[in-house]
Design a protein around this ligand. Structure first.
Ligand code: ACM
Ligand code: ZN
Length: 669
């Protein structure tokens, strides 16, 4: 009788090393030892070449007959049916053989990344893996305009991204805060447009927003030479990553229009953020710039920005108005669509490239373009209706410039609470039909750097949140197990930190606001609330029951949170009916403040009580000057004393900045 060795198929501790999670893994006992000789073989010359291109060991042992003897260990490359997907691979690790099958360099590269994660002390853990990504675009965007980061640092991020099977690095190369790519034809873009008078974006933006000549004292900024960028492109390509360049138009272009004011409507420096789409010279400029961009970046997709155009100068510009008339456009707003279509055509005809832009590019009759969704996901449907592809980067899940942890403990951030769990929770494919899914090219995490001045801070913001993007892009994010993901992310963070990457210390994550985790019991629970002034429809929380439902808000104040918003300039004014007169000793109102989105603490706060609902007595009032604090915080404003009442009226009035008042609960004890 033959004895068959037991094979473990239960999840192995090593599963925790695998990120993104492969489609299928079966563990076996044993390891392929790294200390013994090993022959490298290929089933055919093609796979041998693909594997070598992927950076796997080359087939060098050919002709050495010792390798073909029985018992010799092998690393063997095999062909995989292309129907498994271009990036697919299978991997079989046994004590005497590693077999990798793939149909492309990318497939072998993915296998190599997995092998690295299978490494144990003495070798590679035995297993069988069959794997392929759900989505083809697994990207990160780095904003190198608001703050500038050296090319070596960008390469370091490429290395990290490749380990997690990411394949697009989108560089936001141009914006008001600095132009970052050498353009030979227009040297002023970098001589002036790449330098500013303040290192801190925040100070510069709040201050005079002046540019500085390259080399002058105190000038902050920098740019990448074309040589550096070519080198970066090659470096990234070797690691399976395409660098996607973004050149902003028609807006976010203050730096261009100060260096070359003739491309704005008024021809004055320091006046415009938007190009003049009425002027033919603008198109000559943009096309010349894009020619140099296409020369450096082989990416099929060329990002043209397109977001947040103010269009302020277009209605009164004679050239713009002439263009509106000549082209039969509805109004000057339609000039954006004109520009985007024209640039798309140029990229296609001149370079065989495809336009990709932020979702504002969804101008009528745009064709052969990819839309990068950043605002509301409703724009996805709009893109599909126009037959366009999308890359998904909705701010709610994919912007990694928000606070990663408890805001009072974190460096200043753009706003919003964006912990790892929230990034991970994104389901990019949910709600879309099989047909629609074909138009979802992938997902991307975006790091804007207004508040991210240093390389250390960039890494702190990127990792581990980018790993959640990598995982959701690879798996499609349909099956969620946050505990499992977090355990893997913790190991990845430890490894990155050991290697000198300043990843956020996930192990010591504080998490969401403690008060939000359990409901609060108080006398007012369930009390009927009369809104003497209405809450905002968008920030409605749970509606009329929200302030007395015991649910306290976390750090997210968004529309699905427990925070109810009261609109600009209006008072917060509610009356609670406790059902019967009773003795009260304490009343607490929780106020959220975050000066970025203009949510402020009140300037005035009044509590009055009544037994009949008509005659109210003020028992507490408080007034203060409103301050703009840097990081979000929550304050509990409290009255303590003794009173008898059935009705409690709470009023709060905004201060000198107007803005919003946000309340989650009025607690009565
Ligand atoms: C963007 O966040 N303005 C694309
Ligand atoms: Zn104009």
């Amino acid at each position: 009788m033959l004895l068959v060795a037991a094979v473990t198929v239960a999840p192995h501790a090593l599963s925790q090393n695998l990120l993104p999670k492969p489609k299928s893994v079966t563990w076996q006992h044993g390891t392929f030892s790294r200390y013994k000789a090993c022959a490298v073989e290929a089933a055919n010359a093609t796979v041998g070449k693909l594997a070598a291109e992927a950076g796997l060991p080359d087939v060098t042992a050919e002709g050495d007959s010792t390798w073909t003897e029985a018992g010799v260990r092998r690393l063997r490359y095999l062909a995989l049916d292309a129907s498994a997907g271009e990036e697919a691979y299978t991997l079989r690790v046994a004590p005497d053989t590693i077999e990798i099958a793939a149909s492309s360099t990318a497939g072998f590269r993915n296998a190599k990344a997995t092998l690295r994660q299978l490494e144990v002390k003495r070798g590679v853990a035995c297993c069988t893996i069959s794997d392929a990504p759900a989505l083809g675009w697994r990207g990160a965007m780095l904003d190198v305009s608001r703050h500038f980061f050296p090319i070596e640092f960008v390469k370091k991020q490429v290395d990290i991204m490749a380990r997690f099977k990411m394949n697009r690095l989108h560089l936001h190369l141009t914006d008001a805060a600095g132009w970052r790519m050498e353009i030979k034809r227009y040297p002023r873009l970098t001589q002036l447009g790449a330098w500013r008078t303040e290192a801190s974006w925040k100070k510069w933006w709040a201050g005079n927003r002046q540019y500085a000549e390259e080399g002058t004292e105190g000038a902050y900024g920098g740019y990448y030479t074309q040589e550096q960028l070519r080198d970066l492109v090659a470096y990234a390509a070797e690691r399976g990553i395409t660098i996607v360049p973004e050149i902003e138009m028609p807006a976010h272009s203050e730096e261009v229009l100060t260096a070359y004011p003739e491309f704005s409507c008024t021809h004055e420096p320091y006046k415009q953020a938007d190009f003049c789409p009425g002027n033919e010279a603008t198109f000559t400029f943009l096309e010349n710039v894009l020619r140099e961009v296409m020369d450096i970046f082989p990416s099929k997709d060329i990002h043209i920005g397109g977001d947040e155009a103010g269009k302020a100068s277009w209605p009164t510009c004679p050239l713009c108005q002439k263009r509106v008339a000549d082209e039969g456009l509805a109004d000057s707003n339609a000039l954006q669509g004109y520009l985007v279509r024209r640039i798309g055509k140029f990229l296609r005809e001149e370079g065989g490239r495809t336009l990709i832009g932020w979702d504002e590019v969804l101008a009528d009759s745009l064709q052969n373009a990819t839309v990068m969704i950043w605002r509301d996901t409703s724009y996805i449907r709009q893109a599909f209706a126009q037959g366009l592809d999308v890359v998904l980067a909705p701010g709610r899940f994919c912007y990694i410039d928000g606070f990663q942890d408890d805001p009072p403990s974190q460096p200043e951030a753009m706003g919003g609470f964006q912990p790892l769990s929230n990034v991970y929770s994104y389901q990019p494919l949910a709600g879309f039909s099989a047909e629609e899914r074909k138009h979802i090219r992938g997902i991307q995490g975006n790091l804007w750097t207004e508040y991210v001045p240093t390389t250390e801070h960039v890494e702190q913001m990127l990792y581990p949140r980018l790993l959640a993007i990598a995982e959701n892009g690879w798996t499609g994010g349909e099956v969620k197990d946050y505990d499992d993901f977090r355990a893997r992310a913790l190991l990845a963070v430890e490894e990155l930190r050991d290697e000198g990457v300043n990843a956020f210390d996930l192990k010591h994550e504080v998490g969401d606001r403690a008060e939000s985790r359990t409901p609060v019991e108080h006398l007012g629970r369930g009390a009927k609330v009369t809104y003497n002034l209405p809450f905002n429809e968008r920030y409605c929380a749970d509606g009329v029951t929200s302030l007395t439902d015991g649910r306290r808000g976390g750090w997210d104040y968004g529309p699905r949170s427990a925070w109810q918003g009261f609109i600009r300039g209006q008072r917060f004014d509610v009356t609670l009916d406790l059902g019967k007169t009773q003795e009260l000793s304490r009343i607490v109102t929780n106020f959220y403040q975050s000066s970025g989105p203009e949510i402020f603490l009140p300037a005035e706060y009044i509590i009055s009580v009544s037994t009949d609902g008509e005659h109210f007595t003020t028992i507490h009032s408080r007034s203060q000057a409103v301050e703009k604090l840097t990081n979000p915080s929550v304050e509990q404003w409290e009255w303590k004393g003794t009173t008898e009442a059935r009705y409690v009226r709470v009023q709060a009035k905004p201060g000198q900045y107007g803005g919003w008042i946000f309340v989650d609960e009025v607690e009565i004890y």
